[in-house]
Design a protein around this ligand. Structure first.
Ligand code: COA
Length: 260
């Protein structure tokens, strides 16, 4: 018997729903999951039957970010960027022409938070906990977040999130405009689905053009920043601070950066 897929894709009423399905590992995202999510988004962008994408976890967890084992095992020379599943996913979400809605409950760590910067509407459970621990892992921000987060939060709040890497909760995310509404966790996915279907009933060309106009012609700058971040990130994955952080996670201890 095949194991169940770790990312589910379902299309109904013009909405493609992408669901993280690896709850036992807090929906941390493996290479295979990035590939499945990229496939879904690439198909949704082309398919006239899909008008809106929705990304969700369950009522307990959105995503603990990149699988740390995959970080540890990342090859030193991963080959062309365009073929890497994570890059395909980030590119697909950053350039997705139609609206994207997200429903976020529980932990949203690393890419679990940065992907939200590319979503149009975000609904959060009151248990949502956002964190960008890139520095704590000896890494740098990704997904264009070093550009988009200061724009959204203002520089000093972005510095708190990205330099200190301290988690912040749903109410704080609502205050800074990272989420649209905070709901009881058990109602969050349904509320997001309802909003997605409202969007799907609207004229698609108007949605696409309005989203493009609101993004303000910034796409090239975002992609260029993602590229710059990606190069640094790929290099730093193999440096001593990140190796220590990954080992500490696996051994369930605090990392020791004192000699690095
Ligand atoms: N990669 C791989 N496995 C992960 C993971 C990740 N990013 N996040 C969680 N898991 C696994 C744990 O290893 C554990 O596996 P096990 O049951 O086989 O031991 C399981 O998921 C449950 O995680 P646990 O840490 O016990 O859950 P928690 O409720 O105490 O904490 C988090 C949840 C999300 C706060 C915590 O798991 C965490 O901080 N994860 C790492 C987040 C991170 O740094 N991601 C990278 C961002 S760039």
């Amino acid at each position: 018997e095949l194991p169940p897929p770790m990312a589910l894709t379902h299309v109904e009423a013009g909405v493609m729903t992408l669901t993280f399905n690896r709850v036992d590992k807090k929906n941390s995202i493996t290479r295979a999951m990035y590939a499945a999510l990229a496939d879904g988004l690439e198909r949704a962008a082309q398919d006239a039957a899909v008008r809106v994408a929705l990304i969700q976890g369950d009522a307990t967890v959105f995503s603990a970010g990149n699988d740390i084992g995959d970080f540890q095992n990342a090859p030193a020379d991963p080959g062309p960027r365009e073929q890497q599943p994570v890059w395909r996913f980030l590119r697909a979400i950053a350039t997705f022409p139609k609206p994207i809605v997200a429903a976020v409950c529980g932990p949203a760590v690393g890419v679990g938070t940065t992907l939200l910067l590319h979503c149009d509407l975000v609904y959060a459970g009151d248990n949502a906990a956002f964190a960008l621990p890139f520095v704590n892992l000896g890494l740098v921000p990704e997904a264009g977040s070093s550009l988009l987060l200061p724009q959204m939060l203002g520089y000093h709040r972005a510095a708190e999130a990205l330099l200190l890497g301290e988690p912040f909760m749903a109410e704080a995310a609502l205050e800074v405009g990272l989420v649209n509404r905070v709901l009881p966790p058990t109602e969050c996915n349904a509320a997001a689905q309802q909003q997605a279907r409202k969007l799907a009933a609207k004229p698609l060309a108007s949605l696409i053009e309005t989203k493009r106009l609101m993004k303000g012609g910034q796409q090239a700058a975002v992609l260029a920043r993602m590229d710059e971040e990606g190069q640094l990130f790929g290099r730093m994955l193999h440096e001593p601070a990140a190796r220590e952080a990954f080992a500490a996670f696996a051994e369930r201890r605090k990392p020791d950066f004192s000699k690095i």
